[in-house]
Design a protein around this ligand. Structure first.
Ligand code: FMN
Length: 324
């Protein structure tokens, strides 16, 4: 399937794997890229720029297809060495960067000069337009359904995507809630040139996470996510568990006076315990409503290839019959 996104990134299928903390290692990115999609290493999961440089080299040894690196500019934590990470990306010869969180404006000149394509993840039309204005090449439009940080506007993709299509000139992919062929067809119909998936890629054979995490996604329904850190205006959609319910009680009791210190025990440094050790009750971890559509653990090749093949069948079959 050819779209503006496959052309821009030199990939076979318009399916991107969004950066995911403690999931987006070289193994994940290479598996998605080898399947014809765009795999993405999560920059900040690597503790130092030197570690990221090593992870990029590792990924290059696992695929000869294009892959990207995610750089997340999130508030509230000690600022990482962003110039160092950018240097590791440029020196590593990576040609695609997914940025997220705050505006990547300060770092765009360096990235552009190195011939790097930048796709910025946005949860609103206004942020998407800003990304276009400052020179990003594409946008990942991330609806309210998404795992991770949906922003504070709460606009689901059925509205957000066609609104983005009304306003944007640069291509965009639909992010948030995506997991199957029907949704890819719908995203294309709504104006997107592809999809970005996070949660769905965790339940794949190659995802370098504990089996308990994959099983939790199979067991979960679309009703099992919760929004935490709302009072901090740093909302995160996570899979519910005992720790998350306790965290929500703290937030409810403290209301607008909730501070990051009040909830730090539920979010600070819990990812390695969950993703690598499979201690599912250790705290809050990002998970999208698409969990309700996850019923199996395919290979990335089966998942990405299957989505695109089935989408083409839907377009030629079910969709075609409505065009009289
Ligand atoms: C476990 C997990 C960790 C994530 N970590 C990051 C991250 O570090 N940086 C980022 O930009 N997005 C992160 N995301 C968001 C994804 O890149 C993607 O935008 C999102 O998952 C899309 O929604 P979906 O889960 O419904 O597919 C994360 C998502 C998940 C599920």
């Amino acid at each position: 399937m050819k779209t503006k996104i496959t052309e821009m990134f030199g990939i076979e299928h318009p399916v991107i794997q969004g950066g995911m903390h403690y999931v987006g290692f070289a193994e994940m990115a290479a598996a998605v890229s080898n399947a014809g999609g765009l795999g993405i290493i999560t920059g900040l999961t690597q503790k130092t720029p030197e570690d990221l440089a090593k992870e990029i080299e590792k990924c290059k040894g696992m695929t000869d297809k294009p892959f990207g690196v995610n750089l997340t500019f999130l508030p509230g934590f000690a600022a990482p060495d962003y110039p160092g990470y950018i240097k590791a990306i440029i020196d590593g010869g990576v040609k695609i960067v997914e940025t997220a969180g705050r505006s990547p404006e300060a770092y765009l000149p360096a990235l552009k000069e190195a011939g790097i394509k930048v796709i910025h993840k946005c949860t609103s039309v206004r942020h998407s337009l800003k990304a276009e204005r400052i020179g990003c090449d594409a946008v990942s439009v991330d609806g309210f359904e998404c795992g991770g940080h949906p922003g504070e506007d709460d606009i689901p993709n059925m509205i957000l995507l066609p609104r983005a299509a009304e306003e944007l000139k640069i291509p965009f992919v639909a992010s948030g809630g995506m997991g199957n062929a029907q949704q890819l067809v719908a995203a294309l119909a709504l104006g997107a040139d592809g999809i970005n998936m996070g949660t769905r890629f965790i339940a794949t054979k190659e995802a370098p996470v504990h089996q308990n995490v994959k099983q939790a996604l199979i067991d979960a329904s679309e009703l099992d996510t919760r929004l935490v850190m709302r009072p901090l205006r740093n909302t995160e959609r996570v899979l519910t568990n005992a720790a998350v319910e306790k965290m929500l009680e703290v937030e409810k009791a403290k209301g607008d006076a909730t501070t990051i210190e009040d909830v730090a025990e539920f979010v600070g440094g819990v990812y390695p315990q969950i993703m690598q050790e499979g201690t599912m009750e250790a705290g809050a971890w990002s998970c999208g409503m698409v969990a309700g559509l996850i019923h199996d653990i395919p290979t990335c090749e089966e998942l990405v290839g299957g989505i695109v093949r089935e989408a083409e069948e839907i377009i030629k079959g079910r969709m075609q019959q409505f065009a009289s």
